[in-house]
Design a protein around this ligand. Structure first.
Ligand code: G3P
Ligand code: MG
Length: 230
């Protein structure tokens, strides 16, 4: 079972901050998930377009400049990081699931990953790019023929994991509410892994493991390492 530190170790640290990502590295997490929007041609790591829940700012992301965004407190004095800052911290140390939230992120991401390959020797095999925006995944596949894609879904499709095959993805990232053996078996027959969000409960995690789920997104990844010890 691959355990993704969801938004970093967000159960104990401010989500999507360098502090939460460093904590995941310190806890020897194997995988990290984060959320990305574009702002002024840069990729920034934040979950909500509205700033109020995770920062001391107000309004929407697009009301800000990079400079004014970076002055906000995202918790315990942390600022909203750029994706580049996170890559500098975690490149090649974990599997990094970059979830694209902003619709205008594909070209910026491809350019940033190329820069990271050059300057940080980033191994692209450690990167998975996911989105609920399936058009965006389609666009990414046209821009890059081998980048690992993850199809995020919040509903149970009639045709099981077919969408992941259609988008040439490596994984189907599903809400925990509807995952069942039929969906998982269909994904596996297609060579596609199934990751489930957001699982913070040991019993639920073990049940998902029993039916063959390959990974979970968890706000308490350090604790979760013990859930599968036996
Ligand atoms: O990528 C898994 C999960 O993070 C998707 O939902 O809303 O937490 O970004 P959300
Ligand atoms: Mg996410």
């Amino acid at each position: 079972m691959l355990i993704f530190a969801h938004r970093g170790i967000s159960g104990h640290f401010p989500e999507n901050t360098l502090m939460a990502f460093q904590a995941a590295l310190d806890a020897q997490c194997k995988a990290i998930e984060l959320d990305v929007y574009a702002l002024q041609n840069q990729l920034v790591v934040i979950h909500d377009r509205q700033l109020a829940r995770t920062t001391n700012g107000e309004g929407n992301l697009e009301d800000h400049t990079l400079e004014s965004l970076s002055a906000l407190d995202a918790g315990r004095g942390e600022s909203v990081p750029t994706l580049w800052q996170v890559l500098q911290l975690v490149a090649n140390k974990v599997v990094l699931n970059i979830e694209l939230k902003g619709a205008d992120t594909a070209e910026l991401l491809i350019a940033l990953l190329a820069k990271a390959q050059q300057e940080l020797q980033l191994d692209l095999a450690s990167i998975v790019v996911s989105s609920f925006n399936h058009r965006l995944l389609q666009q990414l596949r046209k821009l890059h023929s081998t980048l690992a894609l993850g199809v995020l879904i919040a509903h149970r499709p009639l045709d099981n994991a077919a969408i992941a095959s259609q988008l040439d993805a490596c994984c189907l990232n599903c809400d925990r509410g509807f995952v069942d053996a039929e969906l998982i078996n269909d994904a596996h027959q297609r060579g596609i892994k199934v990751y489930v969000y957001t699982v913070n409960d040991a019993r639920e995690a073990r049940e998902l493991a029993k039916i063959g789920v390959d990974g979970i997104f968890c706000n308490y990844p350090q604790e979760a390492q013990n859930w599968f010890a036996d």
